[in-house]
Design a protein around this ligand. Structure first.
Ligand code: HEM
Ligand SMILES: [Cu+2]
Length: 563
């Protein structure tokens, strides 16, 4: 790693264009959190494209009722690997690994993460984990085809080689995620700049604390389930096989003890990104800072006690189903607090409708639809009706695509200038937004109807009465595939040729904008100053009285300086 000399009177602006990280650094085992963050973002995005190609293949098969495009076995592998890639190789590592790594040290005024080498190792495990998964299409018997949930006995009776590679891959990716979680918590608790209390942190950092707690609490349980499953698969044990005294339902409990929290591991970092993007582009203070911060922790706690809502039809006793139903519905409260706080933040604001903000607003509307169908399926009687139908597929894509991917896109547009030192093209950005928005809704909105009408999920062949609606979904999916091109062209072109970005092109108040774009190796040439709250737009920063003492002293000093 190259060491940057610190010219005494360098300001972020005079730095622009200098001290850039040489491009070769991005192909090395770098320990710089910014390099690792960008490595994560690029690599997970490539996996997203692969997962998207598989989705397009799935939708092509579903364009017509008959099985014609691929075989039934291949179809099963396609949607299984599609889902696995999207979750474990795109949304989880992009939300936590890419944005968490890039932003946290900058936002808290630190030089790097607490454990830089652990950080690099966590990133470098992603690539072999992903390659194993994709190569599994070529082993005898083909890739795993038991769905991303991999329930036994289905998973122990299909392609053994493919299933083993699936388990191995998910174990590697889970380990990487745990290593990241340890790093985020330690960094946020131990490495904040002097004077920054927890309540001075940007909300993204709060969200990352909550997500990391979930990672540490739940991922090991998934690992346990998968290790036991692999024993059943290759060593002749019967942990989940009733013939040998095992219980397949135990697998479901262990699996969902991870995989329900996993949806919050995916969405909490996105909530954090949105809480950063909205106030900047609405030019207003965030509404309800503490409500947003603490609701993340509440979601994290509640998220851990609702897993069995995925098992309403697994023979769970009635009284227990009531507990999981009510606990699940209560999560709507902290989530609603966030949504209303965001709405109050943009309410009456001076909105800049640039690409970052469009995706931010798109996120809110799409996520609300996913949240509402979530409350519907939280209620036992309704869930029994739509269980394993396309209603579920619609719901999960509104949350995971409409929520997570829209948020990640917003994050890319918002922080691209910081990461690369270049501005993105707004016209292409808006085109990307419109295509994504239309394609997404065309693809997934009709699936609610298909589900209500009883079309089952995970089938290659369906009743001809569903043909027309499925064709609409497939057209939407092609549009969605096309929608990524403006983004890819924009990102590559702007990175090379885009107009130079200043240190703070959006006039934002969080610390990462107090340094140059891109930042020098150890982030800040001069100690950053906490002279305002992260979201005090339009508030005279010298008049505040409710901050803690250290900050007030700092402010008094700044005031004396200014005269
Ligand atoms: C980041 C984005 C995405 C995520 C996180 C995601 C996630 C998932 C998950 C978890 C499943 C499994 C559902 C199940 O177990 O039955 C699934 C299935 C499916 N996905 Fe996606 N997906 C994404 C994007 C897409 C896109 C862009 C398309 C369409 C082009 C798509 C089309 C499908 C279809 C058709 C299925 C159902 C397969 C079946 O049930 O037979 N997905 N996806
Ligand atoms: Cu759940």
């Amino acid at each position: 790693m190259t060491q940057v000399d610190t010219p005494e009177n360098a300001t972020p602006e005079t730095l622009d264009g200098h001290h850039r990280t040489p491009w070769r650094e991005y192909f090395t085992f770098s320990t710089d959190h910014k390099v690792i963050g960008i490595q994560y973002l690029v690599v997970t995005f490539i996996f997203y494209l692969i997962g998207g190609a598989l989705a397009t293949a799935v939708r092509t098969e579903l364009a017509t009722p008959e099985v014609d495009f691929v075989s039934r076995e291949l179809y099963n592998s396609l949607f299984t690997i599609h889902a696995t890639i999207m979750i474990f190789l795109w949304i989880v590592p992009a939300g936590t690994g890419a944005f968490g790594n890039y932003l946290i040290p900058l936002m808290i005024g630190a030089k790097d993460m607490a454990f830089p080498r652990l950080n690099a190792l966590a990133f470098w495990m992603i690539i072999p984990g992903g390659i194993l998964l994709i190569l599994s299409f070529f082993v005898s018997g083909g890739a795993a085809g038991a769905g991303w949930t991999s329930y036994p006995p289905l998973s122990t009776t299909g392609s053994k080689a493919g299933e083993m590679l699936w388990i191995l891959s998910v174990l590697i990716l889970g380990t990487s995620s745990i290593m990241g979680g340890v790093n985020f918590i330690t960094t946020i608790l131990k490495m904040r700049m002097p004077g920054m209390t927890l309540n001075d942190m940007p909300l993204f950092c709060w969200a990352m604390v909550a997500a990391s707690i979930l990672i540490l609490m739940s991922t090991p349980v998934l690992a346990g389930a998968l290790v036991l499953l692999s024993f059943d698969l290759i060593a002749g044990t019967a942990f989940f096989n009733p013939m040998g005294g095992g219980d397949p339902i135990v697998y479901q409990h262990m699996f969902w003890f991870y995989s329900h929290p996993a949806v919050y591991i995916m969405i909490l970092p996105i909530f954090g990104l949105i809480s950063e993007i909205l106030p900047v582009h609405a030019r207003k203070p965030i509404f309800g800072y503490q409500a947003i911060a603490y609701s993340s922790l509440a979601i994290s706690f509640l998220g851990l006690i609702v897993w069995a809502h995925h098992m309403f039809t697994s023979g769970t006793p009635g009284w227990l189903r009531m507990f999981f139903m009510i606990a699940t519905m209560i999560i709507a409260v902290p989530t609603g607090i966030k949504v209303f706080s965001w709405l109050a933040t943009i309410w009456g604001g001076k909105l800049r409708l640039n690409s970052a903000m469009l995706f931010g607003l798109g996120f809110i509307s799409m996520f609300v639809i996913g949240g509402l169908s979530g409350i519907m399926i939280a209620s036992v009687p309704f869930d029994i009706h739509v269980h394993d139908t396309y209603f579920i597929v619609a719901h999960l894509h509104y949350v995971l695509f409409g929520g997570s991917v829209f948020g990640l896109y917003g994050g890319i547009y918002h922080w691209f200038p910081k990461m690369t030192g270049r501005m993105m093209n707004e016209t292409l950005g808006r085109l990307h937004f419109v295509l994504t928005f239309v394609g997404f809704n065309l693809c997934f909105l009709p699936m609610h109807y298909l589900g209500l009408q009883g079309m089952p999920r995970r089938v290659a062949e369906y009743d001809p009465q569903f043909a027309t609606v499925n064709m609409v979904c497939t057209v939407g999916s092609f549009l969605l595939a096309i929608s990524t091109f403006p983004l890819i062209i924009n990102a590559i072109w702007s990175w090379i040729r885009g107009p130079q970005a200043t240190g703070n092109p959006w006039k934002a108040l969080t610390l990462e904008w107090q340094t140059s774009s891109p930042p020098p190796v150890e982030n800040f040439l001069e100690e950053p100053v906490l002279w305002t709250g992260p979201y005090d737009y339009g508030i005279d920063s010298f008049e505040r009285s409710d901050r803690d003492r250290t900050v007030n002293e700092l402010l008094a000093e700044v005031k004396a300086d200014v005269g």
